[in-house]
Design a protein around this ligand. Structure first.
Ligand code: DQA
Length: 138
């Protein structure tokens, strides 16, 4: 099983970005942990702060992986383009959030992506990504 993780803007500075919300670990540290814990899964990773690059990455991953885990970060709440890309590809996409967006500002309560993904997991810290992998394994 090949799973591609796509992270959006500001997730490259996890560890130093609002650690009280997002935790103290960098994503690269967590990624190593994930690979260790899911040795039968081929996990690849892409991060971009640029909306169009996330659209292109979704299109390119489509022929190459079995599932996509997407944390589009702030673009979750703004991006019709990313929602359209998810609709246009065949690979199932699971939406992930580290924080519980529903206990935060109201502008984080709407997701353009939730209606077009297979499911959404959020609020469990970085463990949300492991839960998304579990959802694919089932
Ligand atoms: C986030 C939640 C978003 O509202 C926010 O803009 C992010 C991260 C999360 O993982 O909790 O950058 O997607």
């Amino acid at each position: 099983m090949k799973i591609h993780i796509i992270n959006g803007p500001n997730l490259n500075i996890l560890g130093k970005r609002e650690p009280e919300i997002y935790g103290k670990s960098s994503f690269h540290e967590y990624l190593e942990e994930l690979k260790e814990n899911y040795q039968d899964v081929e996990i690849s990773f892409f991060q971009s702060n640029i909306e169009g690059e996330i659209v292109s990455e979704l299109q390119e991953a489509d022929d190459n992986v079995d599932g996509i885990i997407l944390n589009a970060a702030a673009y979750t709440h703004t991006s019709v383009a990313i929602a359209d890309a998810i609709k246009a590809i065949e690979t199932p996409v699971v939406e992930v959030h580290i924080s519980n967006v529903f206990e935060r500002e109201s502008f984080r309560h709407y997701s353009f992506l939730s209606p077009v993904v297979v499911g959404t997991i959020g609020g469990f810290g970085l463990k949300s990504y492991a839960l998304a992998i579990e959802s694919f394994l089932e």
